[in-house]
Design a protein around this ligand. Sequence first.
Ligand code: ATP
Length: 263
Amino acid sequence: MVATVNGSERARVVEVEALDAGYNGNAVVRDLSLHIREAEVVALLGANGAGKTTTLATIAGLQRPLAGTVRMDGKDIAGKPAHRLARGGLSLVPEGRALFASLTARENLRLSAGRDGNHDDVLDLLPELRKCLDRKAGLLSGGEQQMLAVGRAIVRRPRALLIDEMSLGLAPVVVERLLPVLRRVADELHTAVLLVEQHVALALEIADRGYVMAHGRLILESSAARLRSRRDLLKACYLGDLDRAAELAGDTEPDSSAEPAGG
Ligand code: ATP
């Protein structure tokens, strides 16, 4: 089944094909193909060291790909610098949040919004930020800081939003409040969202699809609904037991709500 909005096919905002990425010429991510459509939330899952951060950083222009293509709205963006991609609508929330700690939340939002920007819509999506506006970012709680980091990323209404480990160091109860915000960003701003998240079950609650990586390669693509119901398959992927994962994947009915990887 093809994803649709009002009966028409949703556009692919980000498309990655046969990507090799890594450090000092050594690939730690190999032959990776994925896509994110408009208004879609996609979870990029996998154990520590699987290559998720490297993938996000390469799509966002922080690293040059070693091989392969990265396109946004059909245009080749591989190797373009991150600040240009950010201006062109590709927003990354890196691990660690990247806020200006000594500025207030309002000033942080204004800096991202730029001269003509307006952060009122962001406050509609993130109402919890209203009470923090006049406090210094460095003095906010971890959850509030992460909310502000998301606010900074969406204030220019990005076409694509990449989020790395949003919940690092946060209590699950805080994560449960934060993740639905990303669903709303996809639904209301039609942003394509790619999410790396260790709280797998919570991420799959709000995602449409998921990709699973192991040892630098994509080993599974599926609808979030199927991944939610196949914990055994996910566990084998996380343990890096690829033979078992392939065997278990073969057990299931073909997944009609997801396309084949790279397809
Ligand atoms: P985590 O959840 O631990 O962040 P990840 O899935 O995001 O894991 P990456 O951080 O992309 O994985 O790491 C993939 C591989 O690349 C790992 O083997 C890691 O050691 C290696 N790596 C990461 N950063 C660098 C770097 N700056 N220089 C060299 N190797 C690196």
